[in-house]
Design a protein around this ligand. Structure first.
Ligand code: FAD
Length: 376
């Protein structure tokens, strides 16, 4: 079959390329970034058995994945805004959701592909149908490519999505502000103690400070706020001191060891307005094109988006491998199952947001963690 054109070298697009490669099918990945190191990939992800780990197994990379796990990082604690620990669970290495840095996962996938697979610096500007399931892609540098099978793995603001759907991501009412502390055992021992070995969630209705101890002595924090859409736009995030003062002003009365995760930041604070697609987003089968990951089902961060993107990539590859001579059957098989799981995941994601930022926080999350949980 002809080469598969994938737009976007995130975890979803790369997983699709890798699983196709394992089955001898060639793909080309067009990525807007100019190189693998053009952007820091920050953030540690917990990789779930049923989606992320299943995809990694389909990619025949389980041994490599084991070598990049950040041991001990699956510990969890929930605090009140006064700093009191309300729930604590250590990482006893029986945890089924091991943690790995997004950058390490991406590198693992990049290194598993033939060197000519990724075309860097290829930012898709537009895509049009030219009939018979074929599409013409136009890149920001003016280059054009015609595809027989096009996959949009280009994230939240996908340029491929308009071929299938008129849906546009909407602001969820939540803005995260991202900060980092480096070399914490030496420079920030109080922060290191407050956060512990893994994830720490300090919660109150409408606001949270969620921090993660990452590999290499790093604490990565999101101050999470229910704020109007124009809140971040009114802050000059290039003025570090003023921006931090605005953010921390939202946490009046919180324990100083919690607000210090924001005020002491080694980096400029970065606002991340959280958008989502409709929870039941889907489209009619359209010849020669489909979507995966955030392009298909952007949802509020609930710790599953990257896992789902990788799983989509692996499942789409498997469908193509199963029906190489009937691409429409491959795409409809993939989409039917993907719509089902992404609608369920979007409902779960909204529930997680409510557990963390709803009226009953922090006790809602404590009760959730205290329940027996199955493997997922
Ligand atoms: C604050 C925050 C925290 C999160 N935490 C977690 C977590 O803990 N666990 C988890 O599982 N998920 C988490 N997520 C969700 C996760 O980041 C996404 O669901 C996941 O990255 C989606 O992967 P993707 O491959 O679909 O898209 P992306 O990772 O967005 O990759 C898309 C790729 O396409 C490229 N691209 C975009 N536009 C173009 C274009 N026009 N032309 C060419 N290339 C293009 C981009 O440069 C990028 O490389 C979080 C999200 C946010 C916002």
């Amino acid at each position: 079959m002809a080469s598969v054109a994938i737009v976007g070298a995130g975890l979803g697009g790369l997983m699709l390329a890798r699983v196709l490669h394992v089955h001898g099918i060639k793909s080309t990945v067009y990525e807007a970034d100019t190189s693998a190191s053009a952007r820091t990939q920050g953030g540690q992800l917990d990789i779930h058995v049923n989606d992320g780990q299943a995809a990694i197994a389909a990619a025949e990379l389980t041994d490599r994945f084991r070598s990049i796990i950040h041991q001990g990082a699956a510990a969890t604690r929930v605090l009140g805004s006064d700093g009191a620990v309300l729930f604590e669970e250590p990482d006893d290495n029986t945890n089924t959701r091991p943690e790995a840095l997004r950058g390490d996962l991406r590198r693992m996938l990049l290194e598993s592909l033939p060197p000519d697979t990724i075309h860097w610096g290829k930012k898709l500007a537009s895509a049009i149908s030219i009939g018979n399931g074929r599409h013409e892609l136009t890149f920001a540098d003016g280059a054009k490519v015609v595809t027989a099978l096009l996959v949009g793995a280009d994230g939240a603001w996908s340029k491929v999505r308009p071929l299938l759907s008129s849906a546009i991501p909407e602001y969820t009412g939540i803005t995260f502000v991202e900060t980092y502390l480096f070399d914490v055992d030496t420079n920030y021992p109080t922060a290191a103690r407050t956060v512990g070995a893994g994830a720490m969630y300090a919660l109150a209705p409408g606001k949270a400070i969620a921090a993660h101890r990452e590999a290499g002595g790093v604490i990565h924090t999101y101050a999470q706020l229910s704020v109007p859409a124009d809140w971040a736009g009114d802050i000059d995030f290039n003025d570090k001191t003023a921006a931090i003062a605005k953010v921390v002003g939202q946490f009046d009365g919180w324990a100083p060891e919690l607000t210090a995760l924001v005020t002491e930041s080694d980096t400029f604070p970065v606002p991340r307005m959280i958008h989502s697609l409709p929870g039941e987003h889907c489209w009619r089968r359209t010849p020669g094109v489909t979507l995966l990951g955030d392009a298909a089902h952007l949802m509020p961060p609930s710790g599953d988006g990257a896992n789902l993107a990788m799983f989509d990539g692996a499942e789409l590859a498997k469908a193509i491998v199963a029906h190489p001579d009937n691409i429409e059957l491959a795409l409809s098989t993939y989409e039917e199952a993907m719509f089902c799981r992404s609608h369920a995941a979007a409902a779960d994601a909204r529930e997680v947001v409510d557990l963390c930022l709803g009226d009953k926080a922090p006790h809602s999350l404590v009760d959730f963690f205290a329940q027996p949980r199955g493997i997922s």
